[in-house]
Design a protein around this ligand. Sequence first.
Ligand SMILES: *Cc1c(COP(=O)(O)O)cnc(C)c1O
Length: 405
Amino acid sequence: MMATETATNTIIHEAEKFGANNYHPLPVVLVKGEGVWVWDAEGKKFMDMLSSYSALNQGHRHPVIIKALIDQTEKITLTSRAFHNEVLGRFMKKLCEATGYEKFLPMNTGAEAVETAIKAARKWGYKKKNVEADKAEIIVLENNFHGRTTAIVGFSTEEQYKDGFGPFAPGFKVVPFNDADALEKAITPNTVGFLFEPLQGEGGVLVSEEGYIKKAYEICKKNNVLFIADEIQTGFARTGKMFCTDHEGVRPDIIIVGKALGGGVYPVSGILTDDKIMDVFTPGDHGSTFGGNPLAAAVAEAAIDVIVNEKLAERASEMGKYFVDRLNALNSPHVKEVRGKGLLIGVEIKKESGVARPFCEALMENGILAKETHHQVIRFAPPLVISKEEIDWAIERIDTVLNKK
Ligand SMILES: *Cc1c(COP(=O)(O)O)cnc(C)c1O
């Protein structure tokens, strides 16, 4: 036992000594994962309630996805877009058919896909809306999280994300969340897009007020402004529908996807849109060396198959309701609110009970890996393949931490 504990400390020490100090992970070293479960270097088993920020909707090492990965590695893994590969077209057809869009542009990480959406919206503005050169504006929301590039952190409202990284790109306007009038007032003839998260995950699992997304959509339509949903975290069944915007029955002009599209094994992202927007791109306008590579395409194709064939949206909806009901029934004196959609759930800790981090550390001691977001909120977002019995297992331990601590 002592020897393995030392091994854990050595591993953590090594990561800290040679790595940049840009994360504050819980002190656990994961060596194996399967479904909703992960194991540490000492053989201890935990339930993964973070799912790598919803990149693991299909669970750890889903056999269908792993098989696609292995099969493709035995053929070809990288071609660049200088040549065609046999998988990309087939994958994009499947993705477009599963989501109802005409076109897809593949990237790797979420932030790159957001940058792609920004480029598409601006170019559309100049080519199709006749906005004067370099005057395009994009409206974003307070408390947004869209990634970590310099352009993206430039329109963040989180001081730490920006501090020391300026100067920032112009062309973005921030309006409050859930305030349709503020959105309408911010629109000018130069506004090309409204970029938003339908549920703000990193912002603290903030659910939009009912009707807000629909109203915002109508305002954008009326003013010829592209409605651009960042569904990197909320997409692919996480909130109980294929996309979170489906809850209000709207179809965004552009949907930004990432995370679970890679099935928890490989980074795959991109934008979904229609011809009339995608056709602003011509050869040489935009690209990525790894974007759309055959390994990524094979993995993403399998990732979509799992979401569709295993009905993960219905499952997230059903299990999410059950989980929230059971969390509410705990009646913890420390909890201010339980909120969320599907299996993207936030438990807000009362200020007088302190911040969320010590609760996450206690959960870890009890076999549950969850991470705080925005100081006061514990996020519970397990893989969507979680069963009722596994939720019951988790509730027992969450009860121990929230009621007996
Ligand atoms: C995670 C996330 C991103 C950034 O994705 P990366 O792959 O980390 O670059 C962007 N938008 C939202 C809503 C996210 O949750």
